[in-house]
Design a protein around this ligand. Structure first.
Ligand code: SF4
Length: 369
């Protein structure tokens, strides 16, 4: 017998996934969502507190998933030993794979799952898409709630006749159908891509488009194929960064404390710094000013990060944390950073994370959303 479809939401300890959990609880209380958090054992104390606060708001357990469960060491330390001290990096992301993706896929097992992903409407990326056919990602903050693989199948030119039939069943009037028919009939090619066709269809009517996709899925093995209904078909919200901050503030959960701006002074000039995202305190994706933040705000954690640098492996390119922590080097990083902040271009954004020049599509949705 086929298992019941599960609805899962991964909380990373960052702002976007927390806002999505709050948003879905408030807007779609009928969804029975299971929340989970992949704990590497190396998160900031602010992150653990934030997850606890969110859990209290949700009134439901956020299941803590730990890779290598039962081992005396933390998940990170277990794998660090297994890889003989070879540190993870942007080019060797064993950390995300072993501590986030594998525990998640084990938690899912073979059950059909809808996985809600907090990529925002103002981002241009798709995030983690499972290769497992029993896991289907849905993106409630975007105009297009469907994953790239679903859209690829729906908009295949060979599926045009089927789409026309499904649209015919769903359109309320002849006029609407005439317009939709013209749009669907237009074949995609290098000069008119899937992306453009999707944009046109969504602009005409996201709800109508969602209903057609939902009907299309019934002929597939996607988890939603067995659902009788899906409330997010009616969802037309598009949420950007400022909406995320509003959701967090209005719920009372607030923003993660590591985002709080802290003032510092360097050579008579003032600056503010913060940590820009969740994840391990030694994450190699963090910017140099965030390493300074760690050194000054969490000196014990900075020292702990230093201890992992053995056998020539370093967290930063071209320097060890010991070299980085020399006063002249720290000051230089601060000076460069203050200079960048005074740049008129960066000054336009009200968010420090923009000033930190974080490329949000860098890294993995599993760690930072
Ligand atoms: S936060 Fe950074 S170090 Fe930790 S698992 Fe994710 S990518 Fe790896």
């Amino acid at each position: 017998m086929m298992s019941k479809t599960r609805h899962l939401l991964g909380v990373s300890g960052g702002k976007d996934s927390a806002a999505l959990a709050i948003y879905l609880k408030e807007k779609y209380p009928q969804l029975e969502i299971e929340y989970y958090f992949c704990d590497t054992g190396k998160e900031l104390v602010e992150t653990y507190r934030f997850v606890d606060d969110l859990e209290a708001f949700l009134g439901k357990k956020i299941i803590r998933l730990k890779a290598a469960e039962g081992n005396v060491n933390s998940p990170f330390d277990f794998y660090y030993d297994l890889y003989n001290g070879y540190l993870p990096s942007k080019h060797a992301r064993w950390c995300t794979k072993n501590m986030k993706l594998v525990p998640f896929e084990q938690f899912v097992g073979s059950d059909p799952v809808i996985s809600y992903v907090a990529i925002r409407g103002d981002e241009d990326r798709d995030g983690y898409i499972s290769r497992k056919s029993n896991i289907q990602s849905i993106f409630p903050f975007r105009h297009n709630i469907w994953s790239e693989d679903v859209i690829g199948k729906v908009l295949k030119n060979s599926n045009i006749p089927l789409l026309l039939e499904l649209a015919g069943k769903n359109s309320g009037s002849v006029e609407i159908f005439d317009t939709v028919e013209r749009m669907i009939q237009k074949e995609t090619h290098p000069g008119y891509t899937h992306r453009q066709k999707l944009k046109d269809l969504l602009a005409f009517g996201a709800v109508e488009f969602n209903k057609v996709v939902f009907e299309f899925l019934k002929g597939t093995d996607y988890p939603l194929s067995k659902a009788g209904s899906f409330p997010l078909l009616e969802n037309e919200d598009v949420l950007a960064r400022s909406d995320i901050f509003n959701i967090l503030e209005q719920s009372g959960v607030g923003i993660p404390r590591y985002y709080r701006e802290i003032e510092f002074e360097i050579n008579g000039r003032k600056g503010v710094y913060a940590r820009s995202r969740s994840g391990c305190f030694f994450c190699f994706f963090q910017r140099k000013i965030e390493w300074v933040w760690l050194y000054e705000q969490h000196p014990g954690l900075f020292r702990e990060a230093m201890k992992y640098e053995k056998s020539g492996f370093t967290w930063l390119d071209n320097e060890t944390l010991e070299e980085f922590s020399r006063p002249e080097r720290l000051n230089r990083v601060k000076e460069d950073y203050v200079e960048r902040c005074s740049n008129a271009e960066a000054g336009r954004s009200p968010y420090l994370i923009d000033i930190l020049e974080i490329a949000e599509n860098e890294g993995c949705a599993a760690c930072f959303l």
